[in-house]
Design a protein around this ligand. Structure first.
Ligand code: HEC
Length: 300
């Protein structure tokens, strides 16, 4: 077995002009190529059989038309909004503003200006009404460490505004009717907007794979074509579609015989070529290569 391997290796070496290094290199990349388009479906199914808890797997849905219902509804404080605000705050805000909202945090000491202390009515840049806090979360405060949190839904931003107010035992001077009017006009909160489409990861990957490489098959020569290259093609290409796929993903194979030979030898027969290619002479490799350059269609 060892002997056989070794003699095969030397044949390969002789045949492809020292391409062994390339074979090893291409091996790593080749493992990627082997998967090819469409491989994700089955692979994913295997990997997740009996394990439905994968969070990347859900039914793909088109984003629904939805409205946050207008500002008036969102300005009304509810236990749900406070609970939601509390968990968002712990994730995104407490690091700077503190669990108690008083901004006594390690980072506050090194920030200029420091994060706002929500327990006090003093020193607010924009203001502490719900509408002003909503605007702070939507736009951030330029020139300070306070970023915009506009990737949060409007409802989440309002939930945070309610929770922020809950730290301050002072009058926040809200005029809900006026604020509702202003917010609806400025941020179109009553308008219907399409929510984000949700596509599960395996589905997205399958789409990408299909878009990425759908090369046409290598066109095999007719039996009547008796040229050496044509014969080699018929003999060594076992799967014209797979062979074309492998080649289409391999830059430089048309220009460089070594690159081509390495790709053919690596992973045969799964790559659409027959392992007998290892026995070709240098002259046969040249003929085989030239024939395939002529027959493998360029990318669509
Ligand atoms: C990286 C630190 C940091 C994080 C994280 C952060 N903030 Fe701030 N925040 C600041 C700083 C700094 C200011 C002070 C800005 C100023 O002086 O105008 C501020 C100010 C504010 C103000 C008051 C604006 C005003 O009118 O003075 C509000 C309200 C606020 N943040 C809410 C939040 C909420 C809610 C979160 C989480 C979603 C959050 N912040 C996350 C640093 C942060």
């Amino acid at each position: 077995m060892r002997d056989k391997m070794t003699s095969q290796e030397s044949k390969i070496l002789a045949a492809s002009g020292g391409a062994l290094a390339a074979v090893v290199l291409v091996g790593a990349v080749g493992a990627l190529f082997m998967r090819g388009p469409g491989a994700y479906g089955p692979t994913y199914r295997q990997a997740t059989a009996g394990a439905p808890a994968d969070p990347t797997v859900f039914e793909s849905v088109r984003g629904k038309m939805e409205s946050s219902g207008g500002a008036a509804a969102l300005l009304a404080v509810t236990p749900q909004a406070l609970a939601r605000g509390k968990s968002l705050y712990a994730d995104s805000c407490a690091g700077c503003h503190g669990d108690d909202g008083n901004a006594k945090t390690p980072v506050a000491a090194v920030m200029s200006p420091p994060p706002r202390d929500f327990t006090s009515p003093r020193g607010w840049t924009r203001g502490y009404t719900l509408a002003e806090t909503y605007r702070t979360l939507t736009e951030g405060v330029a020139g300070t460490g306070m970023a915009a949190f506009d990737t949060l839904s409007p409802a989440d931003r309002f939930a945070l505004a309610h929770y922020v107010q809950s730290f301050g035992k002072f009058d926040h001077k809200d005029d809900l009717a006026a604020e509702a009017k202003l917010l609806d006009a400025k941020y179109h909160l009553a308008k219907m907007v399409r929510g984000p489409n949700k596509v599960s990861v395996p589905v997205a990957m399958a789409h990408m794979a299909a878009e990425y490489a759908a090369p046409r098959a290598v066109v095999l020569p007719l039996a009547s074509d008796r040229s050496p290259g044509a014969r080699l093609c018929r003999r060594l290409v076992s799967d014209p579609v797979r062979a074309a796929t492998i080649l289409s993903q391999l830059p430089g194979w048309r220009e460089k015989l070594d690159v081509f030979a390495a790709a053919v030898l690596e992973g045969a027969p799964a790559n659409g070529f027959r392992p007998a290619a290892a026995l070709l002479t240098r002259a046969q490799w040249r003929a085989f290569h030239a024939e395939l350059v002529a027959r493998a269609p360029a990318r669509r």
